[in-house]
Design a protein around this ligand. Sequence first.
Ligand SMILES: [Zn+2]
Length: 230
Amino acid sequence: MYFLLTISFLKFVGVTFAAPPLVEYPSKNEVTPYNFPFVTRSQWNARAPKQMLPLTTPVPYVVIHHSYTPGACATRPECIKAMQSMQNFHMDDRDWWDIGYNYAVGGDGAAYEGRGWDSLGAHALHFNSISIGICVIGDWRFQLPPAQQLKTVQSLIAAGVKLGRISSEYKLIGHRQVRDTECPGDALFNEIKKWDKYADYPSCRDDLLSMPEVPEKTKDVIRGNSTYDF
Ligand SMILES: [Zn+2]
């Protein structure tokens, strides 16, 4: 009785009790190998993926995206909310297995773990099996992300190379180079064109048919001869 009264009192003065998470995440204090702020799946309370397929690494390509919606986030709580909304949208509306991107980077300068280095993404149709997809959270059609956000994108790519998940000879492209989309936005696209390792090939989806890195089964899908693809 006294206990219940105490709880009522605390509620009365504005203290609320959060429901405990369904899964005990041991990684709240996880040490990451990164020299920039890094937020693990458990730290942004990611839902478990419905399914996973391994990604063969090191991948030869890095694909840059913007989120468009949700818009830019500036603080850890805002960026966590953006991650959760993207994951919910991809899993519930698109019926994908998980958030599509391998990683996302927020305006708070932190990298957020999506599918990670070793799991096949769903971010660039026909190109997922040979790339890591990084989403720069925000709408970057007309303005550039904050300098810190761009710096973390570059540091994350460098970390991927160091960890052997991205080829040291990798090529950097924007999503629009493999699909008819305005992603990653004109402003961001013009920015990454200046980055080390940017490649202007492929420049459109049809170029994928001439690329040795693209698996034959994927080329068959592009030609319209098969529906199997990831
Ligand atoms: Zn995109």
